[in-house]
Every structure is written in structure tokens, then in C-alpha cells.
Design a protein. Sequence first.
Length: 562
Amino acid sequence: MIEFISRSADGQTFTLAVNGERRTYSNDKDGKRQAVIDGLDAIETISVGQDVYLPSDPALQVVATILYPAGIQTKDAYETVCQVTEKACAHVGYGEEVQLGPPQVPFTARGAYRKKYPPVDAQLVLEELERAGVHSYRPRQEVAGRILWNKAGVAVYDKYWSQLSPEQQQQIQAQVEAIAAQAGWQVETAGQEAVYVRPLAANVAGAESRLANYLQGYDGRPVPARTVITQAQLGAYNRSFYDDGLAPELAAAMAGVLAAHGYDTEPEEGDYRPRPVAILAGVEATIAERLAGLATVPTDFGPALLLRDVLAVVKPLAGVDSVGDWQAEQLVRTGMVGQALRKMGFKNELTWCQPYHFQPVLGDDRPHKVLLKEVRVQRDPDKTLSLAQGLAVYTPAVAIDDVDDTLVYLEMIGPKQSVKANWAALVGGGKVHWFGRQRVQLDGMKAHLMVQSKLPCGWSDVVLIHKQASLKAVNPEQPFYLLDDGAQLIPPLFYPMLNKCLALPLLANWADYLWESGRERKLITLLSEGAGQGYATWRVLSVLEQWQQVVQAGLRASVITF
């Protein structure tokens, strides 16, 4: 039995005699709980057949001695002793009170007892855990706690979880959690319910192999980040999940494979992108000089640079032996290479040319990627126009705004009657006309100027020019046009027109900076894809606030100065 001996002078501990053995406990919740468990274990039980029973009265006495060593003085104290006894008995595996009497026990031993129930069968719990399904969003098995607790409750008490007392539920739950933890399972809370979860083991080597094969198929192009994660999951678990999160060891393996194949390990705009080709600093002048020395090849689309020739210049300066397709596209589009090509008048995008596009044919009978001139002006002396039926005129220059479907510049040469008839057809009645595949519709001569002269042969030479392409007639509040014959990198009228249209102090030696910045900010755009007969056309927005920002940025960076 149990007997209270003493409490320490500072009240921190107390001492009991448990079946004659002195034991000291801390005078707190944990110490009292352990004392109650030791006291219950010291009570002599009885056996009835295969069952073991704990007498209830000695159990109450153990709890009362520990909680109230001076004796129970109130009804509330007695109820507390009853409640604590119920919980403590359930914790060590005893059920609710039952009455036993003859012939189960002798007449003198009749009274209230608590039956000892067996512990939760670990094998039962483990088998149920192994049947747990795999989560759709994350790589883990998952099973609701109530499923396990119901199984255990029926096995131990022959009752479902909801039918057990709170003390019995706590005992079942504690045992199930201990068994699950030994098998590598954890308990999480999902809403109001407990869930047992165990991460799936990742086949890291399988993930690396699958991802490496997949990246090889992309041939150095950007790969969607979600696709990369899916491939890693398929290799690691033989299935993918909705959640993008990866286990640390799998995330590290994925980053290693990406790096080994030349990709950045952080996604950008939803893609994993190949690392850009890094060119050594301080070689801008060398690159510009060597690119300028490359010979162009004639094509149906105008003079072009072969990408292979450009890469032959760049690779030694970057210290690389090969450049992927996407890297090549980025190389000619951005950075010092892109800037040098743009200053040479070439487009910053690649175009495929088939063997028959080259004049003459290159001789290797295969297509090539090329860089075309931005401004591709035709000078076809035989190009004609016939807007008046049966009366054709020569058009050595035609420039069209393909956004607003209007003419920027048109020169017509021919017999006076033919020129007059075509001019009248063009400006009269607001009719739609087609210049090749380009639609043009004029509202009379409101937006245009006409200059006409008579040639020595007697023919007429008439030029229609948009007022916004004329330095004299331009309206500063509207976008203006620049005619470009391809002879210079910047159209000659760019600075004079911009200076006239903006109430800003601009210097002529800023022209290069203003031209590059205006193009980057889409204030300057090339019309009709840079093609034209005699001239190509640029459209310039004269928005004061945006050009003021350009100037301020240049002054702050000391790119331009007064």
C-alpha cells in the first residue's frame, strides 16, 4: 500500500512509502502523476479466469493520499479524487468500474473493481498504416487518426472510438501514436482532425537520371519549372504531385542536374533558363570590330549575317566551345553583342533562311539562321502602281504606316495624265486601296503635302509626304515619322524633328543615346517590319514626360552631359 511520509521544508518535494519503500517526488503535476501511477502499480490485483482486476477502493485511497494527505474535507475534493482516479486507471489500462461478487470472487472480496485491458496490438496499427493511401498533393502516405483509433478501440474495449470515455480515448491515442512514431509516422492536425503522415522515400538517383534525360531533349532551351519538378517527382516516386514542394535531398539533386546541364538553378518567369553566355569584360571594342569585319551574304530578304559567323567571333571571347540555340538567341538579342549588332543596323532576332533564299546558294544545301538588316529598302526601278484603271505610274518610293493604314511617302512618275488620274483615285472619296498586301485609306489631303515637278522628258514627278514626316509642317503634339533609306544608322532628321517636337533642351551629340533609349522604351518603332520601296519608316512618339525621363536617366548615369 501507499503512505504519505512528509513534504520538504521548501515545498518542492514530497515523500511516500510505497509498499514500505520510500520514494521522493517533485511536488508538481508531473511528480504527482508519477506517484499515482506507482501507487496504482503497488495495489494487489485479483485474477478472474483470464482477466485481471484492480480493486477500486484502494485506487481511490492512493489518489486521495497523494492529493490530500491531510484528508478530504469537502465534496469538491472528493469529486476531484474520483475524476483523477478514473483518468489514472484508464491511463494504465484499466476500464470502468464493475461489481464483482460470488462466485467470481469470495464473499469477503465482493465490491467495485476495474478490469485490466490489454495494450493496443502494435501489429494491428502497423498493418493499418501500411494500407494508407498516397496523398495527391504531396509525396507522403496519409491516414486519418480516427480510423486507427477506431480499430484499436474495437480491439481493446470492443467499442468504437466515439463510445469510449475521454480517459480511454487518451490511452488509446497515446499508444497508437507511440507505435506509429516507431515506424516513422508523424501526427498532423488537419482542421479538427488528427492525421498520421509518413513521407515517401525518394529515389534520388532515379530522379537525377530521369531529369538528365529530359533536359537533353530540350537541347539548351528554357524548360517550364513545373515540368522540371514533375520529372524529378516521377523519377523519385514513379508519380507526380500537385504540390511543387520537394524534399531537401531531392531539391538539391534537381539543382545539381540543372547546373550540370548549363541551367540556372532558380526559375525566372516560370522557366528554368540556360545560363547566358558570359563574355569577358572589356572586350566591347574587340567584339564590335570583329563583327563589323564579317562579310554579309545576299538573301532574298536583303544582306544578312550568318549566325555561325557571329558565334565564331563570340565563342573565343566567352571561352566556350559550344552555344545552345536559346543561348544564341539571347546573345544576339541582349548585352554587348546585341548592342553591337544593333549599331551595325541588324535586327536582334534570328531568321531561318532556306538554301534557295541565298543568292547565290551557299553550297551546303541546308538552312541557316541569319541576322537580317533592320531596314531593308528595295530600289526596284520597274515597280509600278495602278490605282486608275489602265493608267500605271512608276513608284520609286513608297513608305506606308501599317498601323494607321496611311501613306507616309509616295513618289509617282509618269505621263501627266496617268499621274493625275492615280493621284485623284488615291485621295478622292475615302476609298480603300491596296499596295501589295498593305491596306491604305486616305481622307483627302488633310494629312499630306504634295510636291510636283515636270521632268525634262515631259513626264510629271509627284511626291505625297505626310505632314508628320516634314520638318517644316510637323505638329509637335502628334507622333512623327522618319524616312530611312538605310544609308545611315540613325535617320538624319531624327534629332531635328525630336528637338522641334519636345520642349526640352536637347543637344545634337545626344542623338545616339536618345535613339537607343527611345527604341528600348518603345518610343521609336519600325513600321512595316523595316521593309519599303526607296525608304523604310520609323514612328516616333513625342511624349514629353517619357522623353524627359530618358534625358534625366542619361544625366544621372553621366551617359550624356551638358
